[in-house]
Design a binder for this molecule. Structure first.
Ligand code: 8YV
Length: 323
């Protein structure tokens, strides 16, 4: 029998089947199950060239620095803000990820949150369950169709959200680091102007230092008391304390959030509010999409091992620097 390549798996995958498939194809060590992970790394770190992680777990510098032979990281997810870029570049390790295959489900979730927040669907469910219906009426809410939809971050996911919006007769404008060539939508040169223009602001921008807290108290004030915020990107893009304050004092009308600054701990102030819908980072969490992401994680790893070129590589990955 041929020996299977060694793989260090940083933690459990968001699709249990993938844990089994990795263990079948590779000699896998699950780092999170080691009695003392740091000691394991110190003693055995030099044995591993390949590592598997997820966008949510990320990869800290401490781990990269303990893997002197690391060549390739296959990450489950499209976000790469939690992978330590500097440590990986120093190591010369390349990084595969899973863009494209989750756009539809993330855009679907943006619309689910948008419709829920504007129509009060989750609040209405709580109302029915607590027997409120037999006591009185549920309040009236806000129409979603025909509204102005502002999209912050016009990448693959943002443009999929924009396509959905046309079915709701929405007017779409966007803000992005740069204008997107060929986009039929109006570009607004600042996030503040987009917030001022929009009835509903959807965040589909990358996380990381470049977007940290860009949605702040000023942007929320510009969105205004009739405005709604939807975030399916990263919690770090929004100043969550400022958002909770704006929701509490009705400086915006409502919000739908799939992501938070400190997951899995949404700011406690949010839990008490009826005008915000809270989801536990599930936008990509469908059988179909998680399967497609798992397949790409496996293909990236197998192809890197076989050819030295993964199918999909993060923009700053080592090879791209020299390309
Ligand atoms: C994943 C995500 O559910 O793709 C991403 O960047 O945040 C989600 O799709 C998550 O990363 C799984 O760990």
């Amino acid at each position: 029998a041929t020996t299977r390549p060694r793989v260090l798996q940083y933690g459990k995958m968001p699709l249990p089947q993938l844990d089994a498939e990795l263990a079948q194809a590779y000699a896998v060590t699950l780092l999170s199950e080691q009695p003392d992970p740091d000691r394991f790394l110190a003693e055995h770190g030099a044995q591993f060239e390949y590592l598997v992680t997820t966008a949510a777990l990320g990869l800290p510098a401490r781990v990269v620095d303990a893997l002197p032979k690391l060549k390739f990281v296959s990450s489950f997810g499209v976000g790469f803000d939690a992978l330590d870029k500097d440590a990986l570049l120093r190591r010369g390790a390349r990084v595969g990820y899973t863009p494209g295959v989750l756009d539809d489900c993330v855009a679907d979730m943006a619309f689910a949150l948008l419709l829920d927040a504007t129509r009060g669907l989750s609040a209405s469910d709580r109302f029915v369950r607590r027997g409120g219906w037999s006591q009185g009426r549920f309040g009236i809410h806000t129409r979603a169709s025909g509204k102005r939809l502002g999209i912050f971050g016009m990448g693959r996911i943002g443009s999929t959200v924009a396509r959905r919006a046309s079915g709701f007769d929405m007017d779409v404008a966007y803000h992005n680091r740069r204008t997107v060539e060929g986009s039929p939508h109006q570009y607004l040169p600042s996030l503040l102007e987009l917030a001022r223009w929009a009835d509903i602001l959807v965040i589909t921008a990358a996380g990381g230092d470049g977007t940290r807290h860009l949605v702040n108290a000023e942007v929320l004030a510009a969105l205004g008391p009739q405005g709604f915020l939807v975030n399916v990107a990263r919690g770090s893009v929004v100043d969550e304390a400022a958002l909770a304050d704006a929701l509490q004092h009705q400086r915006i009308a409502g919000a739908g959030l799939d992501v938070f600054e400190d997951e899995p701990r949404p700011l406690p102030a949010l839990l008490a509010l009826d005008n915000v819908v809270l989801a536990p980072h599930i936008a990509s969490g469908t059988h179909e999409t998680r399967r497609a992401m798992a397949d790409l994680v496996l293909r990236n790893l197998a192809q890197f091992i076989a050819t030295g070129e993964p199918e999909a590589e993060v923009p700053w990955s080592a090879a791209q620097q020299t390309a």
